[in-house]
Design a protein around this ligand. Sequence first.
Ligand SMILES: OC[C@@H]1[C@@H](O)[C@H](O)[C@@H](O)c2nc(-c3ccccc3)cn21
Length: 602
Amino acid sequence: LNMLYKDPNQPMNTRIKVLMDQMTLEEKIGQMAQIDRRAATPEIMRDYSIGSLLSGGGSVPREQATAEEWMDMVNGFQTGSLSSRLGIPMIYGIDAVHGHNNVYKATIFPHNVGLGATRDNDLVKRIGAATALEARATGIPYVFAPCIAVCRDPRWGRCYESYSEDPKIVQDMTEIIPGLQGDIPPNSPKGVPYVGGNTKVAACAKHYVGDGGTTKGINMNNTVTNWHELLSIHMPPYYNSIIKGVSTVMVSYSSLNGVKMHANHQLVTKFLKGTLRFRGFVISDWQGIDKITYPQHANYTYSVLTGINAGIDMVMVPLNHTEFIDTLTSLVNNNFVPISRIDDAVRRILGVKFSMGLFENPMADHSLVDQLGSQAHRDLAREAVRKSLVLLKNGENTDNPVLPLPKKASKILVAGSHANNLGFQCGGWTITWQGQGGNDQTVGTTIFNGISTAVHPSTEIAYSESPDEDFVKSNNFSYAVVVVGEPPYAESAGDNSNLTIPQQGLDTIKNVCGNVKCVVVLVSGRPLVIQPYLKHIDALVAAWLPGTEGNGVADVLFGDYVFTGKSSRTWFKTVDQLPMNVGDSHYDPLFPIGYGLTTEPV
Ligand SMILES: OC[C@@H]1[C@@H](O)[C@H](O)[C@@H](O)c2nc(-c3ccccc3)cn21
């Protein structure tokens, strides 16, 4: 064995060549496989030279596992990989899309729709750095973030994962990539994968391309567009991501003019790798190649053939590694997939692993364990919540603003399904794939907690999840804060064609706002139908999906900080206007993109 590839002083291309010249076809194809931790053992990692592991949404070592337990799990698998013939380290990936969201006690930041409303790319970069530290606190060096979708229809179940409908805002927010991966050193070449050491992680720009442009926002569906629109709306964030050294790109489940992206050689190879000269590796989505056919997996040989030949380098298999390896090996041996395609994929995968120092530091760094959910990160998340809030209405005129609210009042009411529900305020992709309600999923501060802490000690607070009218009338409340919105959802479960506030929330708005001065705080992944209720609402705040630091809402409601958020999305009047985006000729919004009232400091 020529061990020169293990010498970090060798030029990267030498290391890649020396290693690849010694790799068997099985070992090369093994590197192209990513499997979920549930389907893995250290022996499988060793015997098949598996390139990567992942945690799918909610795939955790055990409920409420500690950072140490995560590290031990990752290290266990890594030890298996390192004991293989060539000792190539595996790379462990996970969805850290609003903080390290699968992990108990991690800091959960506002989802991207709220970050877009901050218009603060430095904040988003700092969030990237914090997220990298929390991922490394669990021994994980690779995250499937950022989602740089340009969501063009809020009926899409993943619209909250998109920073904005405006590609320029999404381009601006790609600053999260140097936050996650580190800044490319001044004398280093741009546009090549870069990860700056073991407090940083490899990132993943997703989902390539046009995921946010599907017909009626139907998840995984078809994006009908022309080259001009594609290159001006959905592609621009990839330009910035590649320049900033993003290490990986994930392919979208969706189709482009009827061609599945996972089978799209023109876009994945000719454009992304050719025209844009992307040098990292392209990864599929979960069973993304299986979904090339309908029903999925109907012709796996065809799936592997077209997915790999389209230019996918690593396949998120993610459960049956032998089927993938056997199928691809057979396709290569029978000259359906050229060895040059395999070598391109492996060269890219090894390039990321070498450039990020994975060969030198394959094991978790236990010194970072305290970064998980640190107070500094929670303070950062609280700042992000403050800056993400958008004030849509503040009294009937500017002379009588409702906000900021007085901290000192005789008796106030905090009401609504989302007022005291940590799971609801975090939304999907939190602890589990879909997210769920309740206050025992993880650790944080609800909006109600924040209000309780913020008001003057002499102020009496009543809390009711869904008060009836008599209750409201029989108390002499100075004012009420009504917090309502959407339940958590992810992906197709979030596709929604009516975009109405759930009935319980509408009832609470009616019962409360019809009888006392009320501030409605809407917790949702997107604009919802609000116009019919606006006249009964004294003040209206879009809080999006704030995450675990709900006290950031109170910070702004009571004037400790002023409102600065600007909506990153068009707020429609009715859903039959959709899709309706800034620039459209029929642009007739209730609140235009960029709308956001400000308040006076107290
Ligand atoms: O979690 C890994 C990736 C994630 O990075 C992608 O953004 C997302 O499209 C996705 N959907 C599934 C997934 C979907 C249905 C069933 C099981 C898993 C898995 N994943």
